[in-house]
Design a protein around this ligand. Structure first.
Ligand SMILES: NC(=O)c1ccc[n+]([C@@H]2O[C@H](COP(=O)([O-])OP(=O)(O)OC[C@H]3O[C@@H](n4cnc5c(N)ncnc54)[C@H](OP(=O)(O)O)[C@@H]3O)[C@@H](O)[C@H]2O)c1
Length: 250
């Protein structure tokens, strides 16, 4: 009987963090991030899911799965957020880092109204935090099997595409996503053994788009994103794709 319980204990330990593939997903309480959480849990991953407020994260926190590890992280404070994640992750290997949390600067939207604080906030959340996290978690990533860093950007960060479409406004959001793209492009050169992907998720029906009825469903976007991530090799590193894996111009 004692042997039976010891065997069960050993199996449970082997199935826990450190023995399964693992992913960190930021902004995981709703929208695309929450869709990614459900996908990777379904694939048997250990999922480290960041959220910033308990009130807005009831659905995430209600999931009772041993492989789901929620972590409080507000990316307006990149170093505090990183420390919170590192405290939980310790020296466990990490396979995939998905930098999904994104902020839309409503007060740095139009040319006629550019509030510096809000403009700055979009850079802190959308540009600086993803890079601080990638840098701070590089040891965990280097121990992982797949070594993938994925930045969820926007096609609105493409200077060429927005120029061709004569798309105006969205200053804080666009500039911070363009800067994110530049940062990830640099990161791919600085971390040559990592696969660094810059991914536009499509126009998706989430709170971000006020649940645009013409947008993709979260499931459609997540299916494309996760297929693109799993197909990615070093030859894709430092490149800009959409959720279907089609290349986008910078
Ligand atoms: N939906 C689209 O059509 C679309 C298109 C292009 C790119 N994207 C990008 O896709 C990503 C996910 O967006 P979504 O559509 O899923 O929108 P969403 O449902 O509004 O999710 C945004 C996520 O970012 C989190 N977040 C925002 N500010 C944060 C902060 N200071 N600290 C920590 N977390 C923060 C949010 O947390 P709270 O819930 O606590 O606010 C939420 O979890 C974003 O990077 C966005 O720019 C979306």
């Amino acid at each position: 009987m004692r042997l039976f319980f010891l065997t069960i204990f050993a199996l449970l330990t082997l199935c826990g963090p450190g023995f399964t593939d693992s992913v960190v997903i930021t902004g995981a309480n709703q929208g695309i991030g929450f869709g990614l959480v459900k996908h990777y849990l379904g694939e048997g991953y250990t999922v480290y899911a960041t959220y910033r407020s308990k009130e807005k994260s009831q659905e995430l926190l209600a999931i009772n799965e041993r492989n789901l590890i929620p972590i409080l992280a507000d990316f307006e404070q990149p170093n505090v957020a990183l420390q919170n994640i590192k405290r939980v992750l310790k020296n466990e290997p990490l396979d995939i880092l998905i930098l999904n949390a994104g902020y839309f600067a409503a007060k740095a939207n139009n040319f006629k109204e550019l509030e510096p604080e809000d403009f700055q906030r979009s850079f802190t959340v959308n540009t600086i935090s993803p890079l601080i996290l990638a840098q701070g978690l590089q040891e965990n990533l280097s121990m992982g099997a797949t070594k993938k860093i994925v930045a969820i950007t926007s096609r609105r960060g493409s200077i060429q595409q927005t120029k061709e479409e004569r798309y105006t406004g969205r200053y804080g959001y666009r500039c911070s996503k363009t800067a994110l793209n530049a940062g990830m492009s640099a990161l791919a050169l600085d971390m040559p053994d990592m696969i660094v992907l810059v991914l536009h998720p499509g126009r998706v029906s989430t709170a971000f788009t006020k649940f645009d009825p013409k947008g993709l469903s979260v499931e459609q976007s997540v299916r494309g994103i996760t297929e693109t991530i799993s197909a990615a090799t070093l030859s894709h590193s430092g490149k800009f794709y959409d959720y279907k894996g089609e290349a986008l111009p910078w």
